[in-house]
Ligand binder design. Structure first.
Ligand code: F6P
Length: 324
């Protein structure tokens, strides 16, 4: 392998820049070339490439977003799109790819690898933390800290006005952010897709909370929750059934995806980038580089895509006890 291409794909996540930097510098350290591919697979199809050396990634370890930009490419899902991408890589002399992204991005990498035998290595980057084979994805820790900081602020106003707040956090299919940030911020209830609390139990719990002397409450809800009502419908439902509650809604949205990565995400990104490049140089391909029990671990891409990242159900019990 003489030249590695690196791209970021799917939803951006804090720590992606630190991972790009790590890939570029590890290539330089091993005296191989590196090119950055802009806008994920779309840039691969359009040949939007840039040679990268150790100085092209100066001062980005602390930056949110991704300097390579990101996209969700529909064209790469077609064999014609992938053929164009392959031709561009061959013309640019690229022999292997590092793909930083979530499961959609890994699916693209896997298909591409099967079709062309092109060496690929994945680095999990998504705030949702919903990837099998790693305890942490890049950006997750930063997003947790952002959410906790914001809920602390919401708590100030909730408590001044004796209000109940529904706070919706990201997590398309997974409740990792909601559960962990919810516990960290002292939420009364946490609604996640992995557990159906049900409307009756939610009302019960809110009644109990009022009766126990709490004057304000925070309920954290993952956007992918399956309680059957969106966060605004939940507000109406609770106000109808528990008129003693004055309810407000706060949807945190994309602010959760921005900001400077935490130290944890920067260190993780650095470690994953080194391992991704060195694994390719060792002749490995079609793996995701993750972290398990604080050790860097390779998981076949196929498993990383198909496997389910489990929620620690004990955390739900901890949350219940904490809201006593
Ligand atoms: O996968 C990360 C994520 O932020 C999800 O939590 C969210 O559902 C989705 O991306 C939003 O995607 P977009 O930025 O394309 O609206």
């Amino acid at each position: 392998i003489k030249k590695i291409g690196v791209l970021t794909s799917g939803g951006d996540a804090p720590g992606m820049n630190a991972a790009i930097r790590s890939v570029v510098r590890t290539c330089a350290y091993h005296h191989i070339e590196c090119i950055g591919i802009y806008r994920g697979y779309q840039g691969m199809i359009e040949g939007d490439f840039k040679e990268m050396g150790p100085r092209s990634v100066n001062n980005i370890v602390n930056k949110g977003g991704t300097i390579l930009k990101s996209a969700r490419s529909k064209e790469f899902m077609t064999p014609e799109g992938r053929k164009k991408a392959y031709d561009n890589l061959v013309n640019a002399g690229v022999n292997a790819l590092v793909v930083i992204g979530g499961d959609g991005s890994f699916t693209g990498a896997e298909v591409f690898n099967h079709e062309y035998g092109f060496p690929v290595m994945g680095i999990p980057g998504t705030i949702d933390n919903d990837i099998f084979g790693t305890s942490h994805t890049l950006g997750y820790d930063t997003a947790l800290n952002t959410v906790v900081e914001v809920i602390d602020k919401i708590r100030d106003t909730a408590s001044s006005h004796n209000r109940l707040f529904f706070v919706e956090v990201m997590g398309r299919d997974a409740g990792h952010i909601a559960l962990n940030a919810g516990i960290g911020a002292g939420a009364e209830e946490i609604l996640i897709p992995e557990e159906d609390l049900g409307l009756d139990r939610l009302l019960e719990s809110l009644k109990k909370s009022k009766a126990s002397g709490k004057s304000s409450s925070i309920v954290v809800i993952a956007e992918g929750d399956k309680i059957g009502k969106n966060v605004f419908e939940l507000k109406d439902y609770v106000e109808e059934n528990l008129p003693e509650y004055d309810v407000r809604v706060s949807v945190l949205g994309h602010m959760q995806r921005g900001g400077a990565p935490t130290c944890y995400d920067r260190v993780l990104a650095s470690r994953l980038g080194v391992k991704a490049v060195e694994s390719l140089l060792d002749g490995k391909s079609n793996f995701m580089v993750g972290v398990l029990e604080d050790k860097i671990a390779l998981t076949p891409l196929e498993q990383a895509i198909k496997g389910k990242s489990e929620i620690d159900m004990e955390l739900l019990r901890v949350s219940d006890i904490m809201s006593t």
